[in-house]
Design a protein around this ligand. Sequence first.
Ligand code: ADP
Ligand code: ZN
Ligand code: ZN
Length: 731
Amino acid sequence: MSIIRVALDVPVNTLFDYLLPDNEVTGEDVGARVCVPFGKNTLTGVIMEVLAHSPIPTQRLRTANRVLRDVPPVPKNVLELFRFCSEYYRHPLGEVVMNGLPTRLRSNKPFIKKTRNEFQYRLTPAGRSTDLSAIPPRNIVKRRLFGRLKGQDAISMTEAKEISSRAAGAIKEFMATGWVEEIKVAPGGCVFEESAPLPVLTPPQQSAVEAISAKTSKFNVWLLHGVTGSGKTEVYLRLISLLLRQGGQILVLVPEINLTPQLEASFRARFPFIRMVSLHSGLNSSERASGWLKAQQAEAQLILGTRLAVFTPLPKLGLIIVDEEHDASFKQQEGLRYSARDVAVFRAKQVGVPVILGSATPSLESYSAALDGRYIRLRLPFRAVKNALMPVVRYVDTRRTKADDGLTAPVIAALERCLALKQQSLVFINRRGYAPVLLCKSCGWTAACHRCASRLVVYLREKQMCCHHCGHREPIPNACPQCGDQDIAPFGHGTQRVTATLEERFPDASIMRIDRDSTRRKDAWQQMLKDIQEKRVDILVGTQILAKGHDFPYLSLVAILNADASLYSTDFRASERLFAQLMQVAGRAGRSGIEGDVLIQTEFPSHPLYRAFQKQDYDALARTLLEERRSAGFPPFMYQALLRAEAPEISVTLSFLSSAAAVAQAPEEIEVFDPVPAQMSRLKGMERACLLVQSSSRKKLQAFLAGWRLRLDTLPSRKVRWALDVDPLEF
Ligand code: ADP
Ligand code: ZN
Ligand code: ZN
């Protein structure tokens, strides 16, 4: 008999041994999925090792049901990556492994995929230039199929049938219209073509491309620090092209699923026939599994995805790109709390390939690594498009110029000018809903969520209030529940209120609100983007959704309302985030030749952060913030871990954290702080608190966490949910 050691999706930090007859398993099966009995259930796990002996007596071991060989095993270097994450983030290995697999492969149903050597179907040039709107909305199958063909080089009939059983008919019709053609491809084979002519690189782009090209077979972290509009994408494209010619696979990570279609389109436009897959949460489980498999079998050359894609097996990995590396969405905030950016760096090092971290406002962690010489910084200091200048930033002092319904006269005047010139403007307010608070003017009562430590946001048209943390909704009351007065009213401004004000002020303008509420419907955001790019919108009102990475060629004015709240936050990362956000939003303006203006309504126009922003001087601010962090003992000069705990009663939470502190047995180099309430001290009825530990040595912190985690596992924790968060971004 052989022993297999299996990773299972259970919350204990151990692997499980099972028996299998010698003729049913070999060393080749390491990384294969396996079905095993567990308690009364059958679970699917991954074979981590095949052994001759187990420390557990054979008679106590159970026999595994069967090894699944439907797909090739997870390669050794990915298993190693899982091991690294499990150790670094102190998270059970079984959960890490299973979390890294696509959902479809976590089940015990075999995965059947037959796409090799099939005919493939792809869009013809006529099909590529045809818009999705050419297909009537009621034709759901055709629309989905067409959308899929647009996003991919070619698809097989099997894949088409994953979309709908009626796909074959639709493909036939597309072929009859001349939109789709049939091609026969050899496995893995495909033509490499690059669309021409390529833009002439700016000198900084040129040096960046040359620097990285000279070292493509070596691990280095390249920090591509380029102002908004400096053409980072073009640098990526050149390096992708080089790597594709060398036969390598390229992994591109983006912070948000919303950003994938745009990058996908630039990649597709440049390399029409490469095999590209997208991996993100918007796909259904078979689409995701099939993309993952194509990557694993090196059929996909370019893999574009959100954070989870960092775990995709890539046998020919040659380059990793992390776009907008400073973005907090790369950090997973539940379960395995990993940073995809940091895992990407580890992965590049593991296989000895370059990794590019791109940003206009690098995280202070990456920035300081570049100052230390651990990362290599490449600067793109100006915009790539001829004559496109950085926007001019001005402040409207709201202590002197009062705002009327949230908007000051200079902002209104600027919007008017923009409308007259038929240019677009953007009003940025990072708060959705009508108003953030419902307030009683007689007694000061405000509507709060009964499950969370938060206020309810007012939705006037819906006559509802909603908690943005737990989703709880209730109707707006007619009178104050505390004093009975009817003088209750929305207080403050959200996107809906600003939109309403502007609609009243500019009845002829076309105004579009863009926030998580208005983009919730699938594909809504893509349609809105198109309306903006085709100039059917005059004024955009939106939250940070708008800030990220999009190119709005007609936008010349950005007005920023209510940014002050983050200036005096207790979170030491708030300034860094605010600056990044301001740079991002401002960066949308004036990208293609028309001059850009940025107006900020603030009570603190001379705040150092705003001054640095006015000069668009990231370096000055970064150095100041780093100095502050050094003297206050914060990251990146300290390494932190947070023990988070929550329970229905705060006393239970705190007593758990106290026992945790008591078993810390921390050596001198480790600081253990007192438990404090979490930033959201109550969420969904749970009282939350956390305990911070830190050290100036990452290694020592890691050594300490290893021992502490074992002791934490033995603490009584009835009714308490707890988790360790290594390198936390939030408190
Ligand atoms: P970033 O990602 O750095 O904000 P983008 O990659 O979106 O910037 O590029 C901004 C604009 O500049 C795009 O419209 C792009 O087509 C254009 N661009 C990039 N490189 C060049 C170049 N070398 N010459 C002319 N235009 C360029
Ligand atoms: Zn009242
Ligand atoms: Zn709530």
